[in-house]
Design a protein around this ligand. Structure first.
Ligand SMILES: *Cc1c(COP(=O)(O)O)cnc(C)c1O
Length: 343
């Protein structure tokens, strides 16, 4: 069900509306009290997701920020540290939760242009066992990161290195299904090497809310204590878990359409001389817009009912409520604007 007012929304893949079929699945969910472990729809989702990605157990939570934080707090204790990319969501966009609520020191490391962290950097930042240092306990990677897919051999090498050095491995897999579809590999294969994975159901998969954390049974049991403490213990959560279940069953392979739409949008926009447009690997890409064009462009897009976060370096995102016709219309709107624009 796309936006009722016919807006094309390219700000994020979090803006999707639940489809009629998804709403029907939610309405039919058999629910209980999940804090007691009694909600059949939540239990079904947790088991289904764990099996799909090849883990022992799963935990449903309200957001990816919370599943990531629960993972970090379960892997690391007070005075421990985790190695993380400078651009990573857990480090940069989660309010410093690991430090604030977990007493965990992040060790940010530069991301390479492809989103990876150099193996030599990982090795160099692992601190010796010495009372001066925080204890390095965990490597956290993100895939996709800024719409880029981490190379498979890189993931294998980085997780092997971490394990060889005695570290745990966590994947912020908010958009891991986009990575699997782009690489044409299974969900189990794309998360291989990670001890724990957080997966967002509310991004490209199109559920209104929710994330799952996957890992070993004992880890997930321990994580449930943090989830309760963080306020993520929900009651008849099956109503929303059913949406997540529907999303995993129906909306994974179709992500390829979003990738095709992003590619078509980038191709069309790259015909506009004033723009410098990146090449999307998945459903997210970036482009440079002349600074003086930003204000009038923002107004022109709003007049034409196109929502985007306009800026000198702007991000565009496709999702299941952006059709190929919407892509064509967006390109037309941009072309019309830039035909009349002077630097
Ligand atoms: C969206 C996102 C999250 C989690 O965000 P929530 O809005 O809290 O669900 C985590 N990591 C990445 C990379 C994300 O894009």
């Amino acid at each position: 069900m796309s936006d009722k007012n016919n807006w094309i929304d390219l700000r994020s893949d979090t803006v999707t509306q639940p489809s009629e079929a998804m709403l029907a699945a939610m309405a039919q969910a058999e629910v209980g009290d999940d804090v007691y472990g009694d909600d059949p729809a939540v239990n079904r989702l947790q088991e289904y997701a764990a099996d799909l990605f090849g883990f022992e157990a799963g935990m449903f939570a309200p957001s990816g920020t919370q599943t990531n934080l629960i993972a970090l707090m379960t892997h690391c204790g007070r005075g421990d540290e985790y190695l993380v990319g400078q651009e990573a969501h857990t480090y940069k966009y989660e309010g410093g939760g690991a430090a604030v609520l977990g007493s965990i020191q992040p060790q940010p490391i530069a991301n390479q242009p492809d989103g990876s962290i150099l193996l030599s950097d990982i090795e160099a930042y692992i601190k010796p066992d010495d009372i001066h240092f925080a204890r390095t306990r965990l490597l956290a990677l993100e895939n996709t990161i800024g719409g880029r897919v981490l190379p498979r051999d890189y993931v294998a090498a980085a997780t092997r290195l971490a394990h060889d050095k005695g570290l745990g491995t966590h994947l912020d897999g908010a958009r891991i299904c986009n990575a699997a579809v782009e690489q044409a590999i299974s969900l189990r294969a794309v998360v291989a090497g990670f001890d724990t994975v957080s997966v967002c159901l509310s991004k490209g998969l199109g559920a209104p809310v929710g994330s799952v954390l996957l890992g070993p049974k004992a880890f997930i049991e321990q994580g449930k204590r943090w989830r309760k403490m963080l306020g993520g213990g929900m009651r008849q959560a099956g109503v929303i878990a059913a949406a997540g279940q529907f999303a995993l069953e129906h909306n994974v392979q179709r992500l390829a359409e979003d990738h095709d739409n992003a590619a078509a949008l980038a191709r069309g926009l790259s015909e506009i001389e004033a723009l410098k447009v990146g090449s999307p690997q998945t459903n997210i890409f970036w482009m440079d817009v002349p600074a003086s064009a930003c204000d009038p462009l923002r107004q022109a897009l709003a007049r034409e009912r196109v929502r985007a976060t306009v800026g000198p370096r702007m991000r565009l995102v496709t999702h299941l409520d952006v059709s190929s016709a919407d892509v064509a219309r967006t390109i037309d709107v941009f072309k019309a604007f830039f035909a009349g624009w002077q630097a």
